[in-house]
Each structure stands twice: as C-alpha cells, then as structure tokens.
Write a protein that binds this ligand. Structure first.
Ligand SMILES: [Zn+2]
Length: 184
C-alpha cells in the first residue's frame, strides 16, 4: 500500500478517536460509565480504581457529568503515542512531496492534540457562566469541596487554573493530580 493511503488512514484514525474521546468523555456519567471504560480499554489505559474515581469526584472541581479529566488525558496520550509512532515510521519511507505534506500535517496536529483535547473536555463539562442559575452552578463547579480529610492533609485555597481542582500548597512542581495539566 502506498504511504499516501496509510497516511490518510492514520489522519482519519486520529480524528475518529479525538472525536470519540470528547463526545463520550463529556456526555458519560460523572466519573465514567461502560462506554467510557470501553474507550480506555481500547487504548490500553487502566482506569482509576473505583475509590480513586470517587476521591477525584469529591475533591476535584464540582461537575455533574463526564469522565475524569485525568483519564481523558491518559487516553488521548495513548492515542497520541500510537499515532506518533506510526507517523514516524511513515516519515522514513516518504517518496513524494505530497506524501511528505500529509505526514507533516499529521505531525503538526499531534503537537497540540493532548492539551487541546483535555482543554476542550474541561470546557464541555464545566457549566456556562452567563445566566443567574449557571452563575451558582459555576460557583459550585469551581469551589473545591473540602473534605475534613483534605483539609487535614493541608489542602489550601490554591486551585488548578485548568480544571479548578484544589491543590495542595506543597504541590508546586509537576502536574495537577486531577487533570494532569501543567502548574501555571
Ligand atoms: Zn487540574
């Protein structure tokens, strides 16, 4: 099969999974359901154990639906890694400028795939803030639900700027535990 055909197949595969992750991830039951778990399985991602999922729901930003941001990041990272590997292998066998252009297009899309998808997911599962009712909903969504345990463990008022989850003041290096986003 010509590289061109492979490349078009790969581009379609990336589109398919980016769409699926967003559609299923943002509409499934809070913390995931069977359809979401099937996507994780498909990409070899181990879901958080039930107790951990529950902890993320309790301690993370308040939402009413959708998969946990950290699992969204893990699964789109898995999509990214497979696609990146396939694109690299094709890149080595390119014969024509048209083929090169296709591969370059895929590689360009992959650069921001993980961050764009997690950001889009958070937008879809966070209530809008332009009505009185949603202002209250949004306040709930962005106000951390401090559990007695969390407070005792040193939860501060700091919040992740990406997902709104509370953050321990000592967590100044690395990624947010709830969405995997960078510390900003
Ligand atoms: Zn976060």
């Amino acid at each position: 099969m010509a590289i061109e055909e492979h490349a078009r197949g790969l581009a379609a595969w990336v589109d398919h999974w980016a769409t699926q992750v967003l559609e299923v991830g943002s509409t499934c039951a809070l913390g995931g359901d069977a359809a979401w778990d099937a996507i994780l399985r498909e990409h070899g991602v181990t879901p958080l154990p039930p107790a951990e999922r529950q902890r993320h729901i309790q301690e993370g930003a308040r939402r009413t639906k959708g998969a946990l941001p950290i699992e969204v990041r893990w699964v789109i990272e898995a999509v990214y890694k497979r696609a990146r590997e396939a694109a690299r292998a094709m890149d080595l066998r390119v014969d024509t400028p048209a083929e090169q252009q296709l591969i370059d297009g895929i590689e360009k899309r992959l650069v921001n795939l993980v961050d764009e998808t997690t950001r889009e997911h958070l937008q879809r599962v966070t209530p809008p803030a332009n009505t009185t009712a949603s202002i209250f909903a949004n306040a709930r969504a962005t106000t951390p639900n401090y559990s007695a345990l969390g407070a005792a463990a040193g939860m501060s008022q700091m919040k992740c700027k990406s997902c709104g989850a509370p953050r321990k003041s000592t967590e100044e290096i690395g990624a947010c535990g709830y969405c995997g986003g960078p510390i900003v």
